[in-house]
Design a protein around this ligand. Structure first.
Ligand SMILES: NC(=O)c1ccc[n+]([C@@H]2O[C@H](COP(=O)([O-])OP(=O)(O)OC[C@H]3O[C@@H](n4cnc5c(N)ncnc54)[C@H](O)[C@@H]3O)[C@@H](O)[C@H]2O)c1
Length: 323
């Protein structure tokens, strides 16, 4: 297969690229390296099955040239994470809405199968868990910038469903807290990356709020497996899937686990949300995916437990996080 991965130098994108190359595909990456890193794909340099173009997905002429020769597209390029969105909401909305519109437009023009990366943020602050794909979304005020990430990804999904209604073979994957090697320590605020950096550097491990908020951490190989299935399975077309582990972990428990696995002497410190994000910040208490749809239609089954995944991640962080 000739595959395009947008955002392919990023954390998830680069692992996806590796998996595609391993299975014998020819891969083109378009990424502007805004949060992605060349180091993530350096090992593929010189590989005839791999090509990288350093450019933005907003470059319509480029996409129009590149998409006709592709069999399959994975669209992962995005302004990612609440912290980036809060910092530069306009750029983030533009990348996530306009960028996806451009990619979908071209996929539709040339009738290419496409998988769109979405997020558990879609569900907003809905309080009943687990989240099912067709559940209602509960969002805060538009004056609270963090919701623009959820909104922009939701508009992407609406675009995708609208194109699906016109026959485009498009699928949506909603990721839940992916973690693994290549998590960027400077990154968008992944809690695993933050705790790893703090524990390895002997700094206080900072837990926001009371630490009883929970997330479902999903090891990268499971995230990638779900993504590949969404691009393969016939029944995936026109559907959105939760791609995540259903196993819930509190942030405080995560902090203790990271501390134990790194044998760190770092203290665990509680920090009010307002100190990190300013007043009025809202953070959902729980976020749990219902994965029966992904199991049934895709055959998706997360395999890697938190302890195993964290050991692999922390081993990588130990090598790569600078002092
Ligand atoms: N990591 C997670 O747990 C998670 C959770 C939910 C959703 N997602 C989604 O998964 C996708 C990948 O996220 P990630 O965690 O790998 O983050 P990432 O920041 O590592 O990857 C995003 C990539 O997109 C690239 N990019 C940004 N703007 C671009 C533009 N205009 N043109 C070309 N490339 C551009 C960045 O350089 C980066 O390589 C995103 O769509 C994100 O919204 C990730």
């Amino acid at each position: 297969m000739r595959v395009l991965v947008t955002g392919g130098t990023g954390y998830i994108g680069s692992h996806l690229v590796d998996a595609l190359i391993r299975r014998g595909d020819e891969v083109l990456v378009i990424d502007n390296l805004s949060t992605g890193r060349y180091e993530n794909i350096r090992h593929l340099r010189g590989n005839p099955a791999f090509r990288f173009i350093n450019d933005t997905i907003l470059n319509e002429a480029l996409l129009e040239r590149m998409i006709p020769s592709r069999d399959l597209i994975f669209h992962l390029a995005a302004a990612v994470g609440v912290r980036h969105i809060v910092k530069d909401p306009l750029a983030a909305i533009n990348t996530n809405v306009r960028g996806t519109e451009v990619v979908l437009d071209q996929a539709f023009r040339y009738w290419k199968r496409i998988v769109i990366a979405s997020t558990s943020e879609i569900y907003g602050k809905a309080s009943h868990v687990p989240f099912r794909e067709d559940d209602d979304r509960v969002l805060g005020s538009t004056a609270v910038t963090r919701w623009s990430y959820s909104m922009s990804k939701a508009i992407d999904e609406h675009f995708a469903f609208a194109y699906a209604a016109k026959g485009l073979p498009v699928s949506i994957v909603r990721y839940f807290n992916s973690y693994g090697p290549r998590l960027d320590e400077r990154g968008y605020g992944s809690v695993v990356a933050n705790f790893a950096r703090q524990a390895l550097h002997g700094e206080p491990i900072t837990v926001h709020g009371d630490g009883q908020q929970s997330r479902c951490f999903t090891f990268i190989s499971d995230t990638v497996a779900g993504t590949l299935l969404a691009g393969e399975v016939a029944g995936a077309v026109g559907e959105a899937f939760n791609i995540g582990s259903p196993h819930e972990t509190s942030i405080l428990e995560l902090a203790h686990t990271v501390k134990r696995l790194t044998r760190s002497k770092s203290p665990i410190q509680f920090v009010p949300y307002e100190v990190c994000y300013g007043s009025g910040f809202e953070d959902p208490r729980r976020r749990v995916p219902a994965i029966d749809k992904a199991k049934r239609l895709l055959g998706f089954q997360p395999k890697v437990g938190l302890e195993t995944g964290l050991k692999k991640t922390l081993a990588w962080c130990r090598e790569h996080y600078r002092h």
